[in-house]
Ligand binder design. Structure first.
Ligand code: PMP
Length: 356
């Protein structure tokens, strides 16, 4: 049979690559910023009990009413100021579908979470990438330049930023919201580990949304649940672009029940922050440069060895970290997720061995 020509993909997708984060079978996996332990046992039992009662032949609640009400109560906002979706990635995608798209631009400042640019581009949005100064925090002169020149419909800020761990100051976020001509997305996937949150700035008058996830603090990466809080008029627009029944019944129940265990999760966050500080102190004694982290990971750069070599050396010792060595602005850098005390010990022992 004559070979049939393959249909051509969209021109603007041809150059795009998918998301790559290698999942290698290792003893110590500290590469994807997950929580080091599963959700509380009581939550598991509650989830299974509620699932046993589900009418599986019926579609789930399309508006995720109970989940949104629970999130709203947790965040101190109204339910119509909440959009929940399949991970904060789908939340971000919804913003891009509703406010980005053909003829529109999204702005972000590298280095930052790589999916912002990717999701925006997949949604047909032009992406402009500003830079940062040496300390890798946002530089308001650069923000002013990029936003003034490109008038983006969406401006992304990640705080604490992935992969640097750096937290932006309240005045910086306020200034970005004032400068931005369109929607500002503050991605707080790691917000619970930080001393302040842009959630305090969310109101009906600002085109500001703050995204959060159950994947990190709530130990539920497997369930794919995230949300944003923002003005109700903006959330109403986002509801137009999500697919009907995009959140399945298990996600809705799981997310609602998780919020009953706030005190336990708070204690876990505190323990992780303590471990983060222990890791940071230990790294300070090794020949690496680090950045102050307000998240559940630390970015570091070996001084005398290439990032690739050190990454491989750790992997040879069955410790997997994220290799950011080839990312723009992060030459030679690696990122380690804060794990259990034992995992952190294993990482530090392997790193000392590789570096000395
Ligand atoms: N934002 C940031 C900054 C992240 O690091 C991640 C996960 N790596 C996400 C969003 C997506 O998280 P999820 O889709 O699991 O909620």
């Amino acid at each position: 049979m004559a070979e049939r020509a393959r249909p051509g993909v969209r021109d603007d997708l041809r150059a795009l690559e998918g998301y790559h984060s290698p999942q290698v079978d290792v003893a110590v996996r500290l590469n994807t910023n997950e929580a080091p332990e599963g959700p509380p046992t009581a939550w598991r039992a509650e989830l299974l009990a509620e699932l046993a009662e589900v009418d599986f032949h019926r579609y789930p609640d399309r508006a995720a009413t109970a989940l949104r009400a629970a999130i709203a109560e947790h965040e101190g906002v109204e339910p119509d100021q909440v959009l929940a979706a399949n991970g904060s990635n789908e939340v971000i995608q919804s913003v891009c579908l509703a406010y980005g798209g053909a003829g529109r631009t999204a702005a972000l400042f590298e280095p930052t979470y790589r999916m912002h640019a990717h999701i925006a581009a997949v949604a047909g949005t032009a992406v402009v990438q500003g830079g940062r100064t040496g300390d890798l925090l946002l530089d308001l002169d650069e923000v002013r330049r990029v936003l003034g020149r490109h008038e983006p419909a969406i401006t992304f800020v990640c705080s604490p930023n992935n992969p640097t761990g750096l937290l932006e100051a309240p005045d910086t976020i306020r200034a970005v919201v004032d400068l931005a001509p369109g929607v500002v997305v503050v991605d707080e996937a790691y917000g619970q580990f930080a001393p302040w949150s842009a959630r305090t700035l969310v109101d009906e008058d600002r085109p500001l949304v703050v995204t959060r996830t159950y994947s990190k603090t709530w130990s539920m990466a497997a369930l794919r649940l995230g949300y944003l809080i923002g003005p109700s008029w903006l959330v109403a627009e986002l509801e137009k672009v999500v697919l009907p029944y995009h959140l399945d019944v298990a996600q809705q129940i799981a997310g609602r029940l998780a919020l009953r265990h706030g005190a336990e999760m708070q204690a876990r966050v505190a323990a992780l922050v303590e471990q983060r500080e222990r890791l940071a102190a230990a790294l300070a004694g090794l020949p690496v440069d680090t950045w102050p982290s307000a998240a559940n990971f630390i970015l570091f750069r070996p001084r005398d060895r290439s990032g690739d070599d050190v990454w491989q050396g750790l992997l040879d010792r069955s410790v997997l970290v994220r290799n950011c060595a080839s990312w723009p602005g992060l030459e030679g850098c690696l990122r380690v997720t804060v794990g259990t005390p034992a995992e952190n010990d294993a990482f530090l022992a392997a790193l000392s061995e590789v570096l000395t």
